[in-house]
Every structure is written in structure tokens, then in C-alpha cells.
Design a protein around this ligand. Structure first.
Ligand code: SF4
Ligand code: SF4
Length: 364
């Protein structure tokens, strides 16, 4: 008799390389599907998956269940495990209660046992869900638990009822899959970072949006910020007189290595953005001084129309709003940037002595 997850781990680590011929898998989730298909590959001849409810209530994904059925795993529904049958110290079968289900008064499904059956086997793998177990958490420390005995967690910040204590994955939301648990970890990590920087946990980028620094060193970036002013290079082509000699001649030859590099340097790096942290700015003006297109300015805050007249380089596209920062700590003036003119060269971030400017890669 094995526990499904531990058994799969042992199979993956090659501690287990065989299984009995008659295998019963108890459970209806994706772990059960992994167990039954692995059993077939380790020597199982008669592999059954037994689930206590109907097929539509099974937790397994269709794309896990269907290949298992294709491989002739037998699915036995409405069977609830009751007892191992052991003879002379050896497992020879398992007793199941046969269930029927009906809607109870409170709307929840209620089962009635209508029979019993013993299914012969030599191996049982328990692929049933595990319950959370937090007996070690004292109940008077301010951490609230819900009726399922899992901590009450904010679904956006993943913070528990104790400030600075975060939960995610199955421990917070019950059985889901690893992808969701990883995402919980990601969101909780964002919250922890904000918590450690004394920032609001709820003010975060819209879901799915990411801004990650492109900084690799003082003057190194993960992108090439040396903007090339060359005109577009035409792709070399086969001369007209040779084009029609053979139908298989490809007209466009592609760039030579040198041309390719030049063309790439013309990229405006639109996915890389300046990111400004007003609280770090000491108003030294170094970024304004270095900006090759003069799209930065520190000024008293004013309406956009007024600010537009003050900024050195006039924008071609006035539809695009100016960036106006929060009040700067020294003088309460604001950093203004014309996003439409910026060429994402990163020089402001390289020059800034306090890292108030950073270049961040945006993904959605
Ligand atoms: S990235 Fe370059 S162009 Fe844009 S504000 Fe900074 S220095 Fe100016
Ligand atoms: S270089 Fe940095 S600290 Fe200096 S004004 Fe620009 S953002 Fe502020």
C-alpha cells in the first residue's frame, strides 16, 4: 500500500521500478491519473481507478483522464474504500462500499451505501487529497482559520490576518495545481517586497503585467541601448536578370551579419521603459543634463498645457500624456517626462546617482 505522491516521487527518482500486476488506485484527481499510467509502465496488467463519486465530479482534467482510459485503465465509479483484505500477511484485495448519491435537504449531495464488493489486488495506491494540518499554529496569536481549517488569506495580497505573514498554494486555498501555487508564490513575493519597503500591498501592477529591471551593472543593460540613427537597410535581393531562371530562387537574400547588427540597433526598445521613484530623487539634474533628446524637466507642478510649453523638445504627439511624478522630497517640485520623445536609451538611469531612474522591461 503506497501513498500516491510519495510513490510517484520514488518512481521519478528510480527507487521504485516495478509494481504488482493487479493495482487499485484510490482517488479521482490528476495524481490518480499519474499513478495509474505509471503503474501500466511498471508492469501493472489490471489497473483500476476507483472513485467514490460520479465521473463529472472527478477532479482530474479531461486531458489526463482520457489518455488513461485510452490505455485501458478501468474506471470504477461510486465505490468508497472500506477495508484492506489481508491473508497470511499479504494484501489480496480491498473491500468497497457501493454508493448511490442524491441531493440532500441543504443542497449538498448525500450518499447511501447500497452494497459491498471485494476487488482482488496485490497493490493499492492512495491518490486521495491531503488535508491541511496546522496543529502547530497556536490559535490565540491572531491568525484566523476558516471552516476548512485553512488560514484566512487576502486573495490579492496573500496576506493572512497577521500583518507580514503570507500564505499561498494548497495551504491557503485547498487543492489546486502546481501552476496556481507558483503564481500564489509570485504574488506573495510581490507583497513581501512591498511590505519590506513599507509600501501599500494593494497598490500593485494590474494582474499579468510585469516590470523587471533591465540593469545588469552600472553601465550594462539586458538590452542594447545604443540607438542607431541609420536609415532602414533594404534587404538584399537577387538581381532582376537572375530571378526568373529558376522557380526555386529565393528573391530576398536576407541581411549580411554586419547589416543585421545595424538594423537591430535601430530598435526603439519599446518594451523597455524608464521607471521613476520620486522618493529617491535628490534633484541633481544629472538625468536632464544627459538626456540626448531633452525630454526631461524638473519643474513646479502645473497643468499639462503649461508644462508642455516649458519642456525643451516639443512633442509631435500631444495625445500621449506627459509623465508627471509625485512631489520630489527636496523641493516638492515634480519630474516631468515626455514619453513620446524618449528613445529609451537608458542614459538617465545610468547617470542617476541614487537609482531614482531605472530601465524596466515590460511584459503583459
Ligand atoms: S531613456 Fe534616454 S531619452 Fe529617455 S528620458 Fe532617459 S535619457 Fe532621455
Ligand atoms: S539623476 Fe536621479 S537624482 Fe538626479 S535629478 Fe535625475 S532622477 Fe533625480
Amino acid at each position: 500500500v503506497f501513498i500516491g505522491i510519495a510513490w510517484l516521487e520514488s518512481v521519478a527518482l528510480e527507487h521504485i521500478d516495478s509494481v504488482g500486476e493487479r493495482v487499485l488506485i484510490i482517488g479521482g484527481g490528476n495524481t490518480a491519473m499519474d499513478c495509474c499510467r505509471s503503474s501500466l509502465r511498471l508492469g501493472g496488467k489490471d489497473v483500476k481507478v476507483l472513485y467514490r463519486g460520479s465521473r463529472d465530479r472527478m477532479k482530474s482534467s479531461d486531458w489526463e483522464l482520457e489518455p488513461a482510459l485510452e490505455e485501458e485503465v478501468e474506471l470504477v465509479l461510486n465505490h468508497s474504500p472500506e477495508e484492506y483484505i489481508v491473508e497470511n500477511g499479504k494484501l489480496v484485495g480491498m473491500k468497497f462500499g457501493v454508493l448511490e448519491w442524491e441531493q440532500g435537504e441543504n443542497g449538498r449531495l448525500k450518499s447511501t451505501k447500497v452494497g459491498e464488493v471485494v476487488i482482488p489486488c496485490d497493490t493499492v495506491i492512495l491518490a486521495i487529497g491531503q488535508e491541511n494540518s496546522f496543529p502547530w499554529v497556536e490559535r490565540d496569536i491572531g491568525l484566523d482559520f476558516d471552516e476548512w481549517e485553512v488560514p484566512v488569506v487576502d486573495p490579492t495580497t496573500y496576506e493572512s490576518t497577521i500583518s507580514g505573514v503570507f500564505f499561498g498554494g494548497d495551504s491557503a486555498f485547498g487543492p489546486k495545481n502546481i501552476i496556481e501555487a507558483v503564481e500564489h508564490g509570485h504574488q506573495a513575493a510581490i507583497s513581501m517586497h512591498k511590505y519590506c519597503h513599507n509600501e501599500s500591498l494593494t497598490e500593485r501592477l494590474p494582474y499579468g503585467m510585469n516590470l523587471v529591471t533591465a540593469k545588469m551593472g552600472l553601465h550594462e543593460w539586458t538590452f542594447s541601448n545604443d540607438y542607431g540613427y541609420e536609415n532602414r537597410v533594404d534587404v538584399p535581393t537577387v538581381p532582376m536578370e537572375r530571378r526568373f531562371k529558376d522557380i526555386n530562387i529565393e528573391v530576398e537574400l536576407g541581411f549580411e551579419p554586419g547589416q543585421f547588427k545595424k538594423e537591430v540597433e535601430r530598435c526603439l526598445n519599446c518594451d523597455i521603459q524608464t521607471d521613476f521613484a520620486a522618493e529617491l530623487c535628490i534633484e541633481c539634474d544629472a538625468c536632464i543634463d544627459v538626456c540626448p533628446v531633452n525630454c526631461l524637466m524638473i519643474s513646479e507642478n502645473a497643468d499639462e498645457e503649461v508644462l508642455r510649453k516649458q519642456i525643451k523638445t516639443p512633442a509631435n504627439n500631444v495625445e500621449q500624456a506627459l509623465f508627471v511624478s509625485e512631489a520630489l522630497p527636496q523641493t516638492a517640485r515634480v519630474m516631468v517626462k515626455d514619453e513620446d520623445v524618449c528613445i529609451h536609451c537608458g542614459l538617465c538611469a545610468e547617470r542617476c546617482p541614487t537609482a531614482a531612474f531605472d530601465m524596466k522591461k515590460f511584459t503583459l
